[in-house]
Design a protein around this ligand. Structure first.
Ligand SMILES: Nc1nc2c(ncn2[C@@H]2O[C@H](COP(=O)(O)OP(=O)(O)OP(=O)(O)O)[C@@H](O)[C@H]2O)c(=O)[nH]1
Ligand SMILES: [Mg+2]
Length: 617
């Protein structure tokens, strides 16, 4: 044979050992360049078949399927289909499969075999599989798939001779027709599962447990039910466990106020310290225990390997609104804060899906909303059980989170349908191993969350409280005026302008006052109320009361519920708007986002208020 040597591509899932195999086969005879027109690395090299014929090997980027989710995957697909300009189609494929991950990797293998090219399967990492007590019969695999299968250990160069013999044989056979009847994704998954089950002769208990657990946790109905149950327990705990630590923090701030009141003469500085700093910052800091409890759950679920399963379970639901599991992790991060969530959307390949995800990320209940929610719930929702072990407050909190998610899903459906018009892409991920979380990792994670929260309290919320205290304290109300200090102040006058706009949705003057500074950060709504009520307190006893009872005395239930509904939707956060501008390269999308979110917030608050009034609450 003369002319160009046959081209053989190494292809398979990421991390299956393609490059290791490539290195083992080609040694130093490698050429590295880019594929024409794209910044994806092209690695090729020479090797020789047992009869001495040369072969050109191509190390393709890892992929999960022939439906690309990334540039790398698109290159892999185009090369295999012979569609990449300037790159000839391979004459045969070596499909590299991780023996320890047979179920997952066989899906791509089946899809590749359907392309009709001569194929040899390298059942790689067989050493690791053996170490883990996994025994696989390659002949069963070969029978089921109808192609030769060779066990290999790329890093020890085991099985390479046999691989080359099989390759030579395959290359000399005529090319098959491409499969006409293409199987659906579901059929491929099921077939991969069945074949893996047959080929695995023996597996350890740990792996059996993983499979059994996955069968339950990934179940389309049962898995969702378990996810909801876990969320339910999580939000019950936020209330159930936080009472004592919150009262300690409150007591500490009250004691501090008393010391200052006893040691300092009445005056501006004292008012600044007690009404501004302690009432403002303190009102937010008391929510630290609840935030830590929430994150304790999230960190544990992440560390055990459950979160990836939750993403998988959610994928189906997200597909219904035109998103995919790719959006799940960014949206999940948005529960901490929309800013890292929006930044995490960079991993979404489909630009329209990415945009839709950015636009709905602020609807995920970020931790800054928690102080607002818990303050209002604590003040207005009775701390009673509506069934054995089912606290009403925790239930309301869960409902608020679910409303946020529901709102996000509806918004996504509408946005994907009318604005971005994207189709959802396929979503395949590998499940991490289940494991017991390490205490030190959880502790570190909690410490980081606490630090972020306290740093916000000490910086942005502190500054906002300071400014607000000044705006509320000046000008001083003249003696004998019928107005209170807050009404007479600059902030009070600004609130007068806003109040008519928000009165139709049940908001009062206090809320109008809190809304503007809360644009800096949502928790500032809480500190603003704290400072306003502290300044207006007529006597010491009233001043010492914590914020919740004060609200309960002044607001109607309908107003409180409307305020909660507002905060589910309102884009009350300048940083999020700024990040959206940066990530979408312009003002168009942030303006769109702010407009639709404010509109939703206004409608939701109004609907809540008038429904509550109609129900006589
Ligand atoms: N024990 C063992 N380790 C292997 C084997 N093959 C590959 N590895 C290791 O697995 C890891 C991934 O191997 P790579 O060759 O980089 O995998 P790849 O398929 O090229 O990965 P991508 O290019 O990211 O798609 C490396 O750390 C290898 O050393 C094997 O047969 N046995
Ligand atoms: Mg590689």
């Amino acid at each position: 044979m003369t002319g160009t040597p046959p081209l053989v591509a190494l292809v398979g899932n990421p991390n299956s050992g393609k490059s290791s195999l490539f290195n083992a086969l080609t040694g130093a005879r490698q050429k590295i360049a880019n594929y024409p027109g794209v910044t994806v690395e092209r690695k090729s090299g020479r090797t020789a078949l047992p009869d001495g014929r040369p072969v050109e090997l191509l190390d393709l980027p890892g992929a999960y399927s022939l439906q690309p989710d990334s540039l790398d995957e698109a290159v892999t697909r185009d090369v295999i289909l012979g569609k990449l300009a300037g790159q000839r189609r391979p004459d045969a494929l070596v499909i590299v499969v991780d023996a320890g991950n047979l179920d997952n990797h066989l899906r791509f293998a089946i899809e590749l075999i359907g392309q009709g090219l001569p194929v040899v399967i390298a059942l790689n990492m067989i050493d690791l599989a053996e170490r883990d007590g996994l025994e696989i019969d390659p002949t069963v695999l070969a029978d089921e798939l109808g192609v030769p299968v060779v066990s290999t250990v790329a890093v020890r160069k085991r099985g390479l001779d046999r691989l080359l013999i099989m390759l030579a044989e395959s290359l000399s056979k005529p090319r098959l027709q491409e499969d006409e009847a293409t199987e659906s994704r579901k059929q491929i998954t099921e077939r991969a599962h069945r074949i893996a089950k047959r080929a695995i002769i023996h597996e350890t208990q740990g792996r059996q447990w993983t499979r059994r657990l996955d069968a339950i946790l990934l179940h389309p109905v049962g898995g969702v039910a378990i996810l909801l149950a876990l969320l339910f327990v999580m939000f019950q705990a936020v209330y159930g466990w936080s009472e004592a630590p919150i009262s300690w923090i409150e007591a500490a701030f009250a004691a501090l106020t008393n010391v200052i009141n006893a040691q300092m003469p009445d005056g501006l500085l004292r008012s600044f310290l007690t009404d501004g700093v302690i009432a403002g910052v303190g009102a937010v800091v008391v929510f630290l225990p609840q935030i830590l409890i929430l994150f304790l759950f999230i960190l544990i679920l992440e560390a055990t390997g459950y979160m990836t399963r939750a993403a998988f379970v959610m994928d189906r639901m997200m597909a219904a609104v035109g998103l995919s599991g790719h959006s799940f992790i960014p949206l999940l991060s948005s529960f901490a804060c929309a800013i890292p969530g929006i930044m995490a959307t960079r991993s979404i390949m489909d630009q329209k899906e990415r945009l839709a995800t950015i636009l709905i990320a602020p609807l995920m209940t970020c931790s800054a909303r928690l102080p607002v929610y818990t303050l209002i719930i604590g003040a207005f929702i009775p701390a009673q059980n509506i069934g054995p072990g089912i606290g009403l407050q925790g239930l309301v909190l869960l409902a608020l989170y679910l409303f946020g998610i529901l709102g996000a899903m509806l918004a996504a459906a509408v946005i994907q349908r009318f604005v971005t018009q994207s189709r959802s892409s396929s979503f395949l991920i590998e499940m991490p191993r289940y494991q017991l979380p390490r205490l030190s990792d959880i502790a570190l994670g909690l410490w980081q969350r606490a630090w972020v929260f306290l740093r916000r309290a000490g910086t942005i919320i502190f500054v906002a409280s300071m400014i607000l205290w000044a705006l509320l304290s000046f000008p001083k109300v003249p003696a004998g005026s019928t107005q209170s200090q807050v009404e007479y102040s600059i902030a009070g006058n600004i609130a007068d302008v806003i109040e008519p706009v928000v009165r139709p949705i049940g908001f009062n003057h206090d809320i109008a006052l809190a809304l503007i500074p809360a644009m800096a950060a949502r928790e500032v709504a809480v500190s603003a109320l704290g400072t306003a009520y502290a300044i207006d307190a007529t006597d010491e006893e009233q001043a010492a009361m914590s914020l919740g009872p004060k609200l309960a005395a002044k607001w109607s239930l309908a107003t409180a519920l409307a305020f909660l509904a507002w905060f589910i939707f309102a884009p009350q956060c300048i940083s999020t708007i700024a990040v959206t501008r940066r990530e979408t390269n312009g003002w168009k999308w942030p303006i769109f986002m702010v407009t639709y979110l404010f509109a939703l917030a206004y409608i939701a608050a109004g609907a809540t208020y008038w429904t509550a009034i109609a129900l006589g609450l």
